[in-house]
Every structure is written in C-alpha cells, then in structure tokens.
Design a protein around this ligand. Structure first.
Ligand SMILES: Cc1ncc(COP(=O)(O)O)c(C=O)c1O
Length: 454
C-alpha cells in the first residue's frame, strides 16, 4: 500500500527556505486530507443514537422540504428520503473541524490515502480485495451510474431492473435517455425473491445493462450468493452488464449477510460487472457528494472512465476518509441500533396497526410497509381519481399511494414515501425510513396507529 501523502506545512516551509516564518504561521496540523484520522470514542464507549438531533432549519430534504410543501407544524416526523437523523460520527466532525482551521479552499489534489482507506475498509469489512488502480472516485453513485448507462446503453435502449426498486434509478434512466424494463420481484408470504424466468424473458437485443440493488431498496432484501450467481449467469450469457449498486451494504440485520457481487467465485460473472458504492448511507454523508466504483474488468472500467468526470470537494474527501478510518465502531453500534428499530417497528405494527403489515427487512434502514388494507379503508383509489380530475394535465397523475402519503401527513404528521414511486409492485406500499432516534420512531408509530384507527 502506498504511504500516506500528507500535507506537512513544516516540511514544506523548510524546503521552501521559509523556516524562519514557521513561528509566525498558525499551523493547522490536520489540515490535509491525507493525515491519518483517529477514531474518536465517547468516554463510556457507547455512541448516543437516542438523543433527538433536530435537523429542522438546515435545508434538509427529509424534514425541511416536507415542511415547505405541507406547511409549518405539518410534520412531526420526517421519514422519507434515505438519510439519517443522527449526529455524525465524532471522527468525521473532528476531521472536518481540523480542516476548517486551515482557511484556504483552493483546488484539491485527490490524496492517495483516500483510495487506500476505501481499499482497506473493503478488505477488512467485507473481505473484498480491490486493486486501487481499478477504483474510481465519483461525485456520488448517481453520476457514476449515469456514466455507466451512457457507456453501455444507447439512447432508447432498455435497462433491466427488479422492482419495486429505488426510485432514483428511474431519474438516472431518464437522464441517460434509456427505458426501464421492469422485472417484478416475486412476493410470497411477505417475502420477496428474484424471478429468474421473468428476468431472462425480458432481455431483448436492446437490453445491455441491468441495475442490481443489493441490499435492496426498498424491500430490504440481502441477496444470497446463489441469487447473485444465477442472476450473474443469465446476464453473462445474454451479454447484459451488471451494474451492482451496493450503497446500503452496511445495514444488515441479525441473521443476514451482505454478499458483494464482486466476491462471487465465478470470475467471468464478476468480470461482467461494475460495483457502485459510497460511505454516504452508512455515515450520513449524502450532502458531501462522494461515491466510487470499481470493476475487475479493465475494458468495462476504461469505457466508463471515458464518460465520467468527478469534481469533488475537499470537505467531502476529508469527511469520507475520516468515516472509513475512524468511524467503524460508531457504525457497528449504529447498525445494531437500526436492527433494534426494525424489531421495534415489526412488534409495534403487529400489536397496534391492524390495517398495516410489516415483515422485518433483512437489511437497509428502510421499512417497506404494506398499507393496502388502509388504502381500501380510506378509498385511496377514489381519492386519487377525484384529485386527478382537477389536476393540471402536464403534471404526473396522483396515485392511490400519494393519497395515503397525504393521509398520513394530515392525520399523523408523518411523512413517508409512496410505494408507487418504486415501479411495478409498489402499489399498496409505503417506504418508512427508520434511521432515527427510538423516541421519534415511537412518536411516529403512535401517531400512525391513531391515524389508522381513526
Ligand atoms: C440504492 C441507492 N443508490 C444510490 C443512491 C444515491 O446515491 P448518491 O447520493 O451517492 O448519488 C441511493 C439513495 O437513496 C440509493 O438508495
């Protein structure tokens, strides 16, 4: 592994013959993105996820956008967009504060140490060896995925996705000028599985890519090595490149496992893929705009590189590197806390919400609720039809799930995402983001229970 390249201002001043000035310059010791980051642990070793951390007034999508949309006092708990309500890991805050002490914001030279941090994180946490030369830093998973789509899928061609799936993929597809070919997941007794026959049937001469989501947003499935191998065999045989989005990989509940696509034993299958990841979900760093991708196939990688440009911010690099270098214990404790939140939701819904069903997810911090009975009870279909009659024809029609979304805001002051945004199979569902303190979760569920009984 390459030595860390650090910004040592004393060395620099010495080599520039400016030693005499050292005393008069305030040296911000951890100013560089390249200096080692230490974990910062609380005195009792226990990180605090229970204290409510108020995000209102910070221009955040999860809370402020909903308050702007629905009005002041309308939202008691924002449970939509997939980011977290917790205070950041102390190692991240410390690294950012240290960097802020150096008051210059010129162009960034990407430190090799950041690549090393990602490589070593993947090795120790998931047992995946990534050749540093095959790792590309991006300004988030979205721009990286768009570059890959633009590389392999000509405009107008089809991209396979297993639905319901992350709504942001549809935006990426629109941006790249390609169409979704949706293969619905099978749903049996509340459990989702891949439908391989359907998947293969949907591949045609103009299907060049498949976007895989593992762990799956919104169902929470952690796909097994068998699932991934079967999917990988089909894609290899039918010449469909697998774009594996594994951004949710750190949130895995007890008894389940995250299997990186790149860890499959069949090299040809792995060579037919590119993996996209980030620290943004794991550490709540979405606003710092950093993701990365890698592939064991130099040809696929160089073609995407040619279509990809990333302009990164210094603070983004500092925060992300601090997460990987000093945030692991914080994350371990958080993953256990989220697992507990899933248990709490499952039990609460079973005991208190007769019109809602929830089967505990295998991973992610998302709870995929079955609200079909509630939808019937409030006549969500009729409400949507009535609302669409008076709606401007240029806007997308409202769905029954949009009506459930509004019903929950009006009657419970809780905002969640409507299942209809996630493609085929999203009807009768709502996605609840449970990456919040147990107190807010309890408040939200209590409000929702009252609203479902009203
Ligand atoms: C599956 C998945 N991929 C990508 C993203 C967004 O990634 P980024 O913010 O790095 O562009 C999200 C955010 O919710 C997601 O759930």
């Amino acid at each position: 592994m390459a030595p860390r390249v650090s910004l040592d201002r004393r060395d620099f001043l010495k080599s520039a013959g400016m030693t005499a000035l050292v005393g008069s310059v305030s040296v911000a010791t951890a100013a560089g993105a390249g200096l080692p980051v230490e974990a910062v642990e609380p005195p009792d070793g226990k990180h605090d996820f229970d204290t409510v951390y108020n995000r209102i007034g910070t221009d955040c999508t999860k809370w402020d956008r909903q308050i702007r949309l629905y009005g002041a006092g309308s939202i008691a708990v924002g449970m939509g967009i997939a980011d977290m309500d917790f205070r950041a890991a102390p190692a991240i805050t410390k690294a950012l504060q240290d960097r802020l002490a150096h008051e210059n914001w010129g162009y960034l030279d990407m430190p090799r140490s950041f690549i090393d941090s990602i490589v070593s994180w993947n090795k120790r946490r998931y047992g995946v060896e990534i050749d540093p030369n095959t790792l590309v830093i991006a300004a988030g998973v979205h721009p990286a995925l768009i570059a890959a789509l633009q590389t392999f899928s000509p405009r107008g061609s089809k991209v396979l996705m297993q639905t319901p799936v992350y709504d942001g993929f549809y935006t990426d597809l629109r941006f790249a000028g390609v169409k979704a070919e949706e293969s619905p997941l099978r749903l049996v007794d509340g459990r989702y599985s891949m439908d391989f026959e359907d998947l293969e049937r949907r591949i045609s001469h103009d299907t060049n890519t498949l976007i895989l989501c593992n762990p799956q947003n919104p169902t929470g499935n952690c796909w097994s090595a068998d699932d991934l191998t079967r999917l990988g065999e089909i894609c290899l045989r039918r010449r469909v490149v697998v774009l594996a989005d594994e951004i949710h990989c750190d949130f895995v509940n007890k008894g389940h496992k995250y299997t990186p696509f790149a860890s499959l034993p069949n090299k040809a299958i792995v060579d037919n893929s590119i993996t996209f990841k980030a620290a943004s979900k794991s550490f709540g760093l979405a606003a710092h705009k950093i993701g990365w991708f890698y592939s064991t196939n130099p040809d696929l990688l160089s073609r995407v590189r040619a279509n990809h440009r990333a302009d990164l911010s210094t603070l983004g690099v500092v925060a992300n590197r601090a997460a990987y270098d000093g945030g692991e214990e914080w994350l371990n404790q958080l993953v256990a806390y989220i697992d507990g939140n899933h248990d709490y939701v499952e039990q609460f819904v079973r005991d208190n919400m007769p019109f809602v069903k929830y089967r505990k997810a295998e991973g992610t911090y998302l709870a995929w609720l079955d609200v079909s009975a509630l939808g019937k009870r409030i006549d969500a279909v009729g409400l949507a039809e009535a609302a669409n009659k008076t709606r401007n024809a240029s806007t997308a029609p409202l769905t029954p799930e949009n009506m459930v979304e509004r019903y929950f805001v009006s009657n419970a002051k809780v905002h969640m995402n409507p299942g209809s945004s996630y493609g085929l199979g999203g009807d009768g569902r709502m996605r609840m983001n449970i990456a919040t303190s147990r107190k807010l979760l309890e408040l939200a569920l209590t409000n929702l229970a009252k609203a479902t009984r009203a």
